[in-house]
Design a protein around this ligand. Structure first.
Ligand SMILES: CC(C)(COP(=O)(O)OP(=O)(O)OC[C@H]1O[C@@H](n2cnc3c(N)ncnc32)[C@H](O)[C@@H]1OP(=O)(O)O)[C@@H](O)C(=O)NCCC(=O)NCCS
Length: 134
């Protein structure tokens, strides 16, 4: 199938399919946002947030190894929550390896484990974490 045929098919059917899937009329809007922390000329951390369906999903958050444990990650995460809140998200989510250091970081930032998906990414148990915003 040609790419344009796929694009046309999705355009023609997406709205009805979303309604059938969620069982209510859905107006889908999605947006990605980038974040960075800079020290002079140097970028020391970056993150990306995906906002859709009233959810703010932390997609990536990376602090340069030599800059860790100085509050940068927490500060970027707080900015992500502000953006998500502005766009009427009711909660933030992120998926991390269960019982590993990233989970400790998000717990320290007020996130809780909502579910554990066994043998998920790379067959690791993964924790779906969340923080309510409203
Ligand atoms: C996870 C990560 C973003 C944290 O960034 P950071 O700037 O080091 O975090 P902060 O300094 O803001 O830490 C805030 C609190 O989280 C907790 N925390 C952070 N890193 C931790 C770790 N490795 N182990 C346990 N707790 C940790 C601590 O309670 C910390 O407070 P404290 O330093 O006063 O004890 C960073 O370690 C990183 O880039 N890791 C690799 C990529 C990754 O795992 N990203 C997250 C998934 S998207």
């Amino acid at each position: 199938m040609q790419t344009h045929a796929l694009v046309d098919f999705f355009r023609d059917h997406e709205r009805e399919a979303l309604r059938a899937f969620y069982e209510f009329p859905v107006v889908w809007h999605e947006q990605a946002y980038g974040f960075a922390a800079v020290d002079g000329e140097e970028t020391v951390a970056a993150g990306s947030l995906y906002v859709a369906a009233s959810l703010g999903q932390v997609e990536r958050l990376i602090v340069a190894p030599e800059r860790r444990r100085s509050g940068i990650g927490r500060a970027i995460l707080a900015e992500m929550a502000e953006v998500a809140n502005y766009y009427n998200c009711h909660k933030m989510t992120v998926m991390v390896p269960h019982e590993r250091s990233a989970q400790r970081f998000f717990e320290a930032c007020g996130y809780g484990v909502e579910a554990v998906l066994p043998q998920h990414t790379f067959k690791l148990d993964m924790a779906m974490m969340r923080k309510y915003l409203l």
